[in-house]
Design a protein around this ligand. Structure first.
Ligand SMILES: CC(C)(COP(=O)(O)OP(=O)(O)OC[C@H]1O[C@@H](n2cnc3c(N)ncnc32)[C@H](O)[C@@H]1OP(=O)(O)O)[C@@H](O)C(=O)NCCC(=O)NCCS
Length: 151
């Protein structure tokens, strides 16, 4: 997308990531959670989308040996529907691959049509469900994996 840069997350992004989370999620992560992820968690890999110097999207992954556990993907509402989410996920996967990640997994709400479309398009397949996983409304989680053999 023109004018949008995707890059590795930096400490200066933490405040804006937490603000973006408030817009994007029913149960947002706090600034303290983002700070501990980005400053202290050696397994955490985060990428940021920036437009005009502002954070407009991000995604994260925990690198656990050759598995990448995707924590969150978010795009500011003004920037949705233009394949920015897809580009952020592709950038995250590529950065994970540089660190030895060969398969990726995540949980997603069955009601989240946009996220499901994004992940299916990136080669993620449903492999199971966690019953009542989401505490805010008791919704199940769909467990998806993207494995090297499927590419
Ligand atoms: C999910 C999210 C990151 C998608 O970001 P986005 O930049 O709008 O996504 P993209 O434009 O890259 O779209 C990806 C695919 O989803 C499809 N899609 C986008 N919005 C959709 C919607 N509301 N319903 C159905 N499909 C949708 C697109 O058509 C696209 O598929 P295509 O390539 O086959 O055309 C964004 O909606 C968001 O931040 N949501 C709130 C946070 C969230 O739920 N994150 C995921 C948690 S698991």
């Amino acid at each position: 997308m023109e004018g949008v840069i995707i890059r590795l997350t930096e400490e200066k992004d933490i405040h804006e990531m937490a603000e973006l989370d408030k817009i994007c999620f029913r149960v947002p992560w706090s600034e303290v959670s983002f700070a501990s992820e980005i400053k202290e968690n050696e397994r955490a890999l985060y990428v940021t989308a920036e437009a005009d110097g502002k954070v407009v999207g991000y995604a994260g992954m925990w690198v656990i040996f050759d598995e990448g556990h995707i924590t969150n993907v978010a795009v500011h509402p003004d920037f949705r529907g233009r394949h920015l989410g897809r580009k952020i996920v592709e950038f995250l996967i590529a950065e994970g691959e540089k660190r030895g990640v060969s398969s990726q997994t995540l949980e997603v709400r069955p009601s989240n049509a946009a996220a499901l479309a994004l992940y299916r398009g990136e080669g993620f397949c449903e492999e199971g469900r966690r019953k009542g996983y989401y505490e805010d409304n008791g919704e199940d989680a769909i467990i998806m994996w993207r494995r090297i053999t499927e590419r």
